[in-house]
Design a protein around this ligand. Structure first.
Ligand code: GDP
Length: 441
């Protein structure tokens, strides 16, 4: 499905931005290239992809982030907004008394959609009827009648009558008391002159408030030509894209909608009458990108970076107590599984990568250290140098950890402190500041 494939690739591009160390031209270019590739694979029109790329690039680098937004959120928000612009706002189909005419090629899913649409309005409490003006396809009458009857929807049709405009007229007469009247029209295998003429004739009778084009999501680039021709014939007011559940190529149909300056009204996502959704661009794009996940990712990356900043600050005070170490560990544990956090961190900021085994060891060891530290006094945590052999024995008994483990913890703290002091010695205050900036661009 287009939501899965395209969504997956776009999500990867956004994840890079979300966890980037620094937002600069190189990063934006790389992310835009990935977005381009993903959209082209989904059959979005090249021209639209180029327009979108240029807008994202210039906005990401020229516009200032809104107050309270960090540079990562800013760029992700621009991508999100531009994707919404690409698919356009959904068509506004009000829930009120109106006539709806469905047009489209054969096999596009028109008959099924007529029943789905009727089900949608019926469920909203509107009295709904369906009129079958598809007098061309032999099975259309029976198919639509059966679908409607199953859903308890009033059906009107005239089996054997091939005068489609006359059937539409009679149907409207017979369904006067209904709020929503959906007229299904005939399709053809291709856009032919007689189809266009028939559509115009039915249109003249129905005078529909909504003329909805039903289009198969798998059409790809051909969607554009089709949408243009139908639009010229009856001036469509919205598009229903069907079979979005079964294709990775839905970008063609979405582009066609953008090109003809119409908008998507509904999307079909399955074969049952309930598988029709009202199209809302922001919901569609958020779901495709997994915006909930991306937001969490940004928040977490932000928190981790703030923690790193505290670390550097305590260094500048020239002191790195066990408490500092403990605080860091607690913060890390609160943030979630260590491996996940490590992966979100800009690796440039950490300067090393851990193997799966090391992640596990580190996490295990952290858990054990925590237990040991819980048995220490505040004074010991603040100044581990005061921890004598007898104190080690007491801590060991209190925590249930071996005296060796307590010594190991003290040793690793010493080693870490020494390493950090060495770093501090090698850097002036200015450099430290620059380093902090790197953690939080
Ligand atoms: P028509 O010739 O345009 O009236 O097309 P139909 O309504 O007969 O649909 C053609 C086929 O597409 C049928 O097998 C439908 O079940 C199927 N179909 C229609 N809409 C959808 C959809 O949104 N998802 C899926 N998976 N199948 C659909």
């Amino acid at each position: 499905m287009v939501l899965d494939n395209l969504g997956g690739s776009l999500r990867n591009a956004l994840k890079k931005i979300a966890s980037a160390n620094k937002i600069d031209k190189a990063l934006v270019d790389e992310a835009v290239r990935e977005i381009q590739r993903a959209l082209l694979q989904a059959d979005v029109n090249v021209k639209l992809v180029m327009q979108l790329s240029n807008t994202i690039k210039s906005r990401a680098l020229d516009e200032k982030p809104a107050p309270g937004m960090n540079p990562r959120e800013h760029v992700i928000n621009i991508v999100y907004q531009e994707l919404i612009n690409l698919v356009g706002r959904g068509a506004d189909i009000p829930l009120k008394k109106q006539n709806i005419m469905l047009v489209g090629l054969q096999g596009s899913g028109k008959t099924t959609t007529a029943a789905k649409l009727a089900t949608f309005f019926q469920r909203k409490g509107l009295r709904t009827a369906v009129i079958c003006a598809d007098t061309f396809r032999a099975g259309a009458y029976d198919q639509l009648k059966a679908l409607c009857e199953k859903q308890g929807i009033f059906f009107y049709g005239e089996k054997g009558n091939t005068d489609a405009p006359a059937v539409a007229r009679n149907g409207l007469e017979a369904t006067k008391k209904y709020d929503i009247r959906i007229v299904d029209t005939a399709g053809r295998h291709a856009l032919e002159g007689d189809l266009i003429q028939e559509m115009k004739d039915i249109h003249a009778v129905v005078n529909a408030d909504q003329k909805l084009l039903v289009m198969d999501a798998a059409l790809g680039q051909q969607a554009s030509e089709q949408a243009k021709a139908f639009n010229e014939a009856v001036n469509i007011t919205g598009v229903i894209i069907t079979k979005l559940d079964g294709t990775a190529k839905g970008g063609g149909a979405l582009s066609a909608v953008a090109e003809t300056k119409t908008s998507v009204a509904f999307i079909g996502v399955g074969e049952t009458p309930a598988d029709l959704e009202r199209f809302e661009a922001d919901r569609f794009i958020s779901r495709m990108l997994g915006m909930g996940d991306i937001k969490t990712l940004i928040e977490r990356a932000q928190e981790v970076q703030t923690e790193q900043e505290v670390d550097v600050e305590s260094l500048m005070r020239g002191k790195f107590t066990l408490k500092d170490m403990y605080q860091q560990m607690e913060a890390m544990n609160k943030l979630g599984p260590l491996k996940q956090i490590m992966q979100m961190l800009p690796m440039g900021g950490l300067g090393f990568e851990l193997s799966d085994k090391e992640y596990q060891m580190t996490k295990d060891r952290l858990d054990k250290y925590r237990v040991v530290m819980d048995s220490m006094t505040a004074a010991e945590l603040d100044d581990p140098k005061i921890i004598t052999a007898s104190r080690i024995k007491r801590i060991s008994q209190g925590s249930g950890a071996s005296p060796d483990l307590v010594r190991e913890l003290l040793k690793s703290h010493q080693a870490m402190q020494k390493a950090l002091k060495g770093m501090r010695g090698g850097m002036g205050k200015m450099n430290m500041k620059r380093m902090m900036k790197r953690f939080n661009p």
